[in-house]
Design a protein around this ligand. Structure first.
Ligand SMILES: *[C@@H]1O[C@H](CO)[C@@H](O)[C@H](O)[C@H]1NC(C)=O
Ligand SMILES: *[C@@H]1O[C@H](CO)[C@@H](O)[C@H](O)[C@H]1NC(C)=O
Length: 398
């Protein structure tokens, strides 16, 4: 009886203990579940809020993008309007400038064509003859250099520096050997020169030419003389009669060289259909090349410009159609290039300014003389006489 009682007691005890233990476990689990549920509700709320924020933000962005697109459209339209106005303004400026600038070289056929083109665009109701006449002036000259077509090495005579040129009226060729002298060699034609041994007719001048900067036009020789202590002068010499027909003082005080790479050249003369051009340095401290337009008959100076082309590293320059092309190089001669252009009529706009490279040569150019009839340059490079043939294009006129 006694062992049974002990068994019953121990079972009852175990049963209450286990019950107690399971109850605790259940309570614990329930608490955990409640806590997890709370947290889930919180997360749910938060994610809902983020979602709403996100939606608002998206709406805002799309509104802003729409606004930007609208503004872009208006801006674009405004720009187009401005471009049209700038275009018109430029044309008006061209016209005003054409009335205040002197004329450059003339080509009758081109002039007619240009006048017609303008007539169509700008035909005015009433007849205004003065206006038309003034307007055609700027259109007289329509050529701009577009490239160097070919090079011909004609000969090698004389010293490293010098110049040669051909009279566009008579086709005679003149050779100025060295950087100064009182004689000039004359050949009847370029062919004569290339066949000769470099000895042609010798012309003795009454004074010394200074620097390879002379010009010959229609049997007149124009040269710069610079005798010690005296002022610089421009001389006009009649090659047929051997008489000096005019002398003029130089429009400057200093004896500064016009091209820093060719210091012997105090001034460079260019003679063409338009008259006489003089490229010079106004003073030693003036950094840019100056240009004077002279009357070839009287040597009167008609107008003076600052070309805004630096003298530094310049080796030569020439004038085509009222436009100055300045050729630059480096002290250790490399490739010569046209790197500055100045148009007296300001018709050549900067976008069409050519950047022309000369073919690589022996040294540097001592001189470059342009012949408008043949559209070629007569160059002197380290004693070689070279001809560069040029290709031309029409100036863009508005
Ligand atoms: C040019 O001048 C140089 C040096 O003074 C001389 O040697 C040469 O013979 C001259 N050439 C001609 C063609 O006169
Ligand atoms: C020389 O030309 C440059 C443009 O190439 C210009 O900025 C400068 O003012 C000119 N200097 C003088 C003294 O005219």
């Amino acid at each position: 009886m006694k062992p049974l009682f002990i068994l019953l007691v121990s079972i009852a005890w175990t049963f209450t203990g286990a019950q107690h233990y399971y109850q605790g476990l259940m309570d614990y689990l329930e608490n955990r579940l409640l806590a997890i549920e709370d947290r889930m509700t919180l997360w749910h709320e938060q994610s809902h809020r983020y979602h709403t924020d996100m939606k608002d933000f998206k709406k805002l962005v799309s509104e802003a993008v729409d606004g930007l697109q609208n503004e872009h459209g208006t801006l674009f339209k405004n720009l187009e309007g401005a471009a049209v106005r700038v275009d018109r303004l430029e044309r008006e400026m061209d016209y005003v400038e054409s009335q205040t600038s002197p004329r450059a070289c003339a080509d009758k056929a081109d002039k007619v064509v240009e006048q017609e083109a303008w007539g169509l665009q700008e035909r005015r109701g009433e007849e205004d003859e003065d206006w038309e006449e003034d307007y055609s002036r700027v259109l007289d000259c329509v050529e701009i250099i577009s490239g160097i077509k070919s090079v011909k090495i004609v000969k090698r005579v004389g010293s490293p520096k010098g110049m040669w040129t051909r009279d566009p009226r008579t086709s005679k060729v003149y050779v100025f050997n060295g950087t100064s002298g009182d004689t000039v060699l004359q050949f009847d034609s370029a062919r004569d020169f290339s066949r000769s041994a470099g000895v042609g007719g010798i012309i003795s001048l009454p004074s010394e030419w200074s620097g390879p900067g002379s010009a010959v036009y229609d049997n007149y020789l124009f040269y710069v003389t610079q005798e010690a202590g005296a002022d610089v002068q421009v001389i006009k010499y009649d090659l047929l009669t051997g008489v000096v027909t005019d002398i003029t003082m130089f429009p400057m005080e200093s004896h500064a060289s016009v091209y820093k790479l060719n210091p012997e050249i105090v001034a460079d003369l260019v003679a063409d259909d338009e008259g006489l051009w003089l490229l010079y340095a106004a003073s030693d401290s003036e950094p840019n090349i100056s240009l004077a337009k002279m009357d070839a008959a009287t040597l009167d100076i008609e107008q003076i410009w600052d070309t805004r082309c630096p003298r530094e590293n310049a080796e030569a320059a020439f004038v085509v159609c009222g436009t100055v092309y300045v050729v630059y190089n480096t002290r250790l001669a490399s490739r010569s290039r046209v790197q500055c252009v100045f148009d007296v009529n300001e018709v050549v706009v900067s976008e069409e300014e050519p950047l022309l490279y000369f073919p690589r040569r022996y040294g540097a150019h001592a001189s470059l003389k342009y012949n408008a009839e043949e559209k070629q340059l007569y160059g002197w490079d380290d004693g070689y006489q070279i001809i560069y043939r040029l290709t031309m294009k029409r100036k863009l006129l508005a």
